[in-house]
Design a protein around this ligand. Structure first.
Ligand SMILES: [Zn+2]
Ligand SMILES: [Zn+2]
Length: 265
């Protein structure tokens, strides 16, 4: 395997049953459409990256989301020891993407300039915009900044050969996706750039948003970055666990391989 080709694991850790109408601006005619919660491991010959750090049990209770299994257990099942991870990429600073901030003691944290400015600036004066953020999560990132453990990116940026980040904005002002070179082509880990397959497929928008125009423009960017639509991985779709094979037997519905071809749908 060449140095810039990576395996990718989606690690499922949380779940939320909810009416479908909660998932789209303008509502939806379906009854139920749950969200699943993931972190992702990008594993190369020499370097490993973790994309997003989820929430823990206490935050799940506070936010009325189910913690199915702690993220550390899932990462370990994927062969990744959080204590040894040296690079964490944060797609954005919403509570379900940047908790568990003590789980990666050696890691540098990669984030967009815009997201840090957004989460610590005037927009947080507004309850509507502040709702998906948690004060302690944001403070934890600020502490890492002063400890020399934050690496900033502005727009499109290479984190390592074969791993690039791309600012999309929209859902959160400094939201970024990650493009990864794999054995099946370029896979784009969209995180909340598209919550569900349906958002990308139909051009609809998740209700939590800073700028809906950037959300729909972002769908085009995801498509441009990925080898095909089948290479875009939504951030919260339960379907991901069905389309991709388990990392190994016994991990079905928990840890799946995204560098493998998805089942035909
Ligand atoms: Zn989000
Ligand atoms: Zn999210």
């Amino acid at each position: 395997m060449s140095e810039d080709i990576y395996d990718i694991f989606a690690v499922h850790y949380g779940h939320h049953d909810r009416p479908a109408t909660d998932n789209y601006i303008g509502g939806d005619t379906h009854d139920l459409q749950p969200l699943d919660y993931y972190v992702w491991a990008i594993v190369g010959e020499k370097r490993t990256f973790v994309l997003d750090t989820g929430f823990d049990e206490a935050m799940g209770k506070k936010r009325k989301r189910t913690l199915v299994r702690p993220i550390a257990d899932g990462l370990k099942a994927a062969g990744v020891d959080p204590a040894k991870v040296e690079d964490v990429i944060l797609s954005h600073l919403h509570y379900d993407h940047c908790g568990n901030y003590d789980a990666f003691p050696r890691a540098k944290y990669h984030i967009q300039d815009t997201e840090m400015a957004y989460a610590t600036g005037r927009c947080m004066c507004h309850a509507f915009l502040k709702t998906p953020f948690e004060e302690e999560d944001v403070v934890a990132v600020v502490r890492k900044l002063y400890a020399g453990r934050v690496r900033f990116h502005d727009g499109d940026s290479e984190v390592a050969p074969g791993v690039t980040v791309h600012k999309i904005g929209g859902h959160s002002k400094g939201l970024q996706c990650v493009r990864v070179k794999t054995r099946r082509g370029h896979v784009v880990l969209a995180s909340d750039c598209t919550h569900l397959y349906a958002h990308l497929a139909t051009g609809r928008v998740f209700p939590t948003t800073y700028n809906p125009a950037e959300v729909v423009e972002g769908y085009d960017t995801l498509r441009r970055l990925a080898t095909s639509d089948r290479h875009v991985i939504p951030g919260h779709d339960p379907e991901v666990l069905k389309r991709y094979p388990a990392a190994k037997s016994g991990l079905e519905g928990w840890v799946v391989r995204l560098d493998a071809e998805p089942r035909q749908t």
